[in-house]
Design a protein around this ligand. Structure first.
Ligand SMILES: O=C(O)c1ccccc1NCC(=O)[C@H](O)[C@H](O)COP(=O)(O)O
Length: 213
C-alpha cells in the first residue's frame, strides 16, 4: 500500500490494536476536553506504550499552551504533534524548536482563498494536514466528518508532505485520493459507529479499500 493512513481519535486498546493490525501508519490521540475523543494524559500514555515501533504516535492539540504541551510531551511517548487550532506560523516554529518533534499543522479548507494559508504554513511545519474547515459555531475545529470540495486542491502540491482529511470514509477514500493525488489520508468520524466510538470493521474497511484500489 503506497498510501499512508492515519487513524485519529483512538481511545481504547482494542481500537489501537485494530488500527495497527490493519496497517495504519499513524495513530492520533486527541487532547481537547470538548471532544468525544478526548484522552486524559495517563490514558494516552497507556495507549501509546502499546504502539509498536514504526507506527507514529501523534498528539492532536488545539491552541495548546507550553504548560499543556510540557505535560503531554513529558508523559506520553510521541512521534509527532498535530496542531489543530489557530496556531500562527510563528507559534508553529516555536513549538517545533521547543519540543524537537515533527509538527503537522492542520489547515481548514472551504474556499479557494483558504488554499493560500497552506502555502504559508508549508514554509514552517514538517507536514500539512489539509482538512475541511469546521462550520461556524461548531464545537470542534476538526473531526466533524465533513468533506470539502476536493477540486480546490487537485493538481496542487506543497513543499512538505501533506495528508488529506475531512469526511473520509471507506466508501469515498479512493475517489478522494484519485481527485487530490494525496499520498497520505487521515480519518476519524468515518471509521466510527458513534462520536468517539471507533468501529473495528470500518477501520479495516477503510484501509482495505485503499489497498485494493
Ligand atoms: O476529533 C476530534 O474530536 C477533534 C477535536 C479537535 C480538533 C480536531 C479534531 N479532529 C481532527 C481529526 O480527527 C482529523 O485529524 C481529521 O480532521 C479528520 O476528521 P474527520 O472528518 O472526523 O474524519
Amino acid at each position: 500500500m503506497d498510501t499512508r493512513v492515519k487513524i485519529c481519535g483512538l481511545k481504547t486498546p482494542e481500537a489501537v490494536a485494530t488500527a495497527v493490525e490493519a496497517g495504519a501508519h499513524y495513530l492520533g490521540f486527541v487532547f481537547f476536553p470538548k471532544s468525544p475523543r478526548h484522552l486524559e494524559i495517563p490514558q494516552a500514555r497507556d495507549l501509546a506504550l502499546e504502539v509498536p515501533v514504526g507506527v507514529a504516535k501523534v498528539a492532536l492539540v488545539v491552541n495548546a499552551t507550553d504548560e499543556e504541551l510540557d505535560r503531554i510531551t513529558g508523559e506520553v511517548p510521541l512521534d509527532m504533534l498535530q496542531l489543530h487550532g489557530k496556531e500562527s506560523p510563528e507559534r508553529v516554529t516555536e513549538i517545533r524548536a521547543r519540543y524537537g518533534l515533527p509538527v503537522m499543522k492542520a489547515v481548514g479548507v472551504a474556499e479557494p482563498s483558504d488554499v493560500q494559508a497552506l502555502d504559508a504554513y508549508g514554509m514552517v511545519c514538517d507536514q500539512l494536514l489539509v482538512d475541511a474547515k469546521a462550520p461556524k459555531g461548531a464545537d470542534l475545529p476538526g473531526g466533524n466528518g465533513l468533506a470539502f470540495d476536493w477540486r480546490l486542491i487537485s493538481k496542487r502540491g506543497w513543499n512538505r508532505p501533506w495528508m488529506l482529511a475531512g469526511g473520509l470514509t471507506p466508501e469515498n477514500v479512493v475517489l478522494a485520493i484519485q481527485m487530490t493525488g494525496a499520498k497520505q489520508v487521515d480519518v476519524s468520524s468515518g471509521v466510527e459507529s458513534a462520536p468517539g466510538v471507533k468501529d473495528p470493521a470500518k477501520i479495516r474497511a477503510f484501509i482495505e479499500a485503499i489497498r485494493a484500489a
